[in-house]
Write a protein that binds this ligand. Structure first.
Ligand code: DAT
Length: 206
């Protein structure tokens, strides 16, 4: 592993709070006042990239969703991640995690909203998170996402793809104050990773 900063994926069923949490984490990293612990984290919103670059393969009418061309997406993200000598610090935000090679990612955070009433309200609400996707889910799209969250489908996929002890962390994202708490936890984890993985001047592992 030759990264200077850790790559983190924030995943979970649509509506659990990935984008909001990633944005909060970036804010925390920017306001960190200690130069020794400063980490230039970068938000990589996969939904945004897929839309901007038009990495859509087709449209699923029943699920009212675009089907992403995963090969194009992975090539694009690989280029981004390899930039800057692959220094790391990418905060990847997407509901799919297991298409990414295991070695790209140092920590997988699965946000959870097991309180079905809260989750239902979020998915059916028309509110749009800043830079996020418009909700107002109905029909099969709504039901499939609620079921996926109840059964913890994404957490299972994450644990299968990253079987190493401690590689996957599940955090509850039900209450508003948990957004900041979770972002703080991920930030503390990033700082510890940097301390535990020191580099020498050549950028080699120390
Ligand atoms: P995601 O990126 O996982 O699809 P989001 O960040 O767009 O989710 O959040 C969806 C909506 O839910 C948005 O209006 C913000 C709200 N939300 C997210 N996490 C929350 C939390 N822990 N408490 C209260 N509201 C939350």
């Amino acid at each position: 592993m030759s990264r200077k900063y850790p790559n983190v994926i924030i995943t979970g069923t649509p509506g659990v709070g990935k984008t909001t949490t990633a944005q909060e984490l970036i804010e925390i990293s920017k306001s960190s006042d200690s130069p020794s612990s400063s980490i230039p984290l970068k938000h990589l919103s996969v939904n945004k990239i897929a839309k901007e670059e038009n990495f859509y393969e087709s449209y699923d009418e029943e699920l009212q969703t675009h089907v992403v061309d995963e090969d194009k997406l992975l090539d694009h993200i690989e280029n981004l991640i390899a930039n800057g000598a692959g220094e790391g610090g990418w905060i990847i935000d997407w509901h799919v995690c297991d298409i990414f090679p295991e070695r790209w990612i140092d920590l997988v955070v699965v946000l959870r909203c097991e309180d079905t009433k809260t989750f239902y309200e979020r998915l059916t609400s028309d509110r749009k998170a800043e830079g996020g996707e418009k909700r107002g889910y109905t029909g099969r799209k709504l039901q499939e996402n609620i079921d996926a969250e109840i059964f913890g489908v994404i957490a299972e996929e994450a644990k299968e793809a990253w079987p190493n002890e401690g590689a996957v962390v599940e955090l509850i994202s039900e209450e508003a104050e948990q957004i900041e708490e979770n972002a703080e936890r991920i930030w503390e984890w990033c700082k510890r990773w940097v301390k535990d993985n020191p580099r020498d001047v050549d950028g080699e592992e120390g």
